[in-house]
Design a protein around this ligand. Structure first.
Ligand SMILES: Nc1nc2c(ncn2[C@@H]2O[C@H](COP(=O)(O)OP(=O)(O)OP(=O)(O)O)[C@@H](O)[C@H]2O)c(=O)[nH]1
Ligand SMILES: [Mg+2]
Length: 190
């Protein structure tokens, strides 16, 4: 069992900056701006290690967190943030495409707001990950604010995509979230 509470912040890599030496494995979080990526990491860590804020577009680089077994969890900038007339999305592609093609990513967690489910940008991201052959899991956020029907819809979406998932909130679902990471690290044999 990985002790997520012993995670530490390693480094922040803006576009073009060197990434750390390859770790034991690398799990990256993707998702729309404000979907809840950084706060999902904090849920796993059991404390406020990753920077999360109300203002969208908060995370602007690849932020590396190190687990005690040398696995990296990587927080990435959210997409779909149109502040500044769409320039942000261009910057997103410039940072992200080389990263997706780097061969470093052992698994991806697509973070979704449970009340919005898949937007067209999420579908594009799923396709990009699929093309790169990266195993995917879904982390639904804001389950603490969701109605039962919304939770049922999220489960149905994950099942139709055939992807493992976790339903999480600000302080709900830490165990489920950690199990999702563990599953990406050691996929069940088929
Ligand atoms: N109630 C509730 N609020 C949440 C949840 N997850 C995130 N939030 C709130 O949503 C806002 C955005 O959360 P972040 O985790 O910073 O979102 P992000 O995906 O990292 O956003 P970017 O860094 O802009 O890409 C913050 O105000 C969070 O407190 C959740 O599960 N429940
Ligand atoms: Mg963030």
């Amino acid at each position: 069992m990985i002790d997520f509470k012993k995670a530490s912040f390693l480094l922040s890599a803006p576009k073009g900056a060197p990434l750390p030496p390859i770790g034991k494995a690398e799990i990256a979080l993707f998702g729309r701006s404000n979907a809840g990526k950084s706060s999902f990491l904090n849920l796993l860590f059991g404390r406020k290690l990753a920077f999360s804020a109300k203002r969208p577009g908060k995370t602007e680089a690849l932020n590396y967190y190190l687990l005690p077994d040398r696995t990296y969890l990587v927080d990435t900038p959210g997409y779909g943030y149109q502040g500044g007339g769409g320039r942000k999305d261009e910057e997103f592609s410039l940072l992200m495409e080389p990263y997706l093609r780097s061969g470093r990513i052992a698994g991806a967690i697509l973070v979704l707001d449970i009340r919005r489910l898949l937007t067209s940008e999420d579908e594009d991201m799923l396709a990009l990950l699929g093309e790169s052959g990266i195993p995917i899991a879904l982390a639904f956020r804001k389950a603490d604010k969701a109605r039962q029907e919304e939770k049922a819809r999220a489960r149905a979406l994950a099942s139709s995509l055939g992807l493992p998932f976790a339903l999480t909130g600000l302080s709900q679902g830490a165990g489920e979230g950690r199990a999702l990471v563990a599953r990406l690290l050691s996929p069940p044999s088929k």
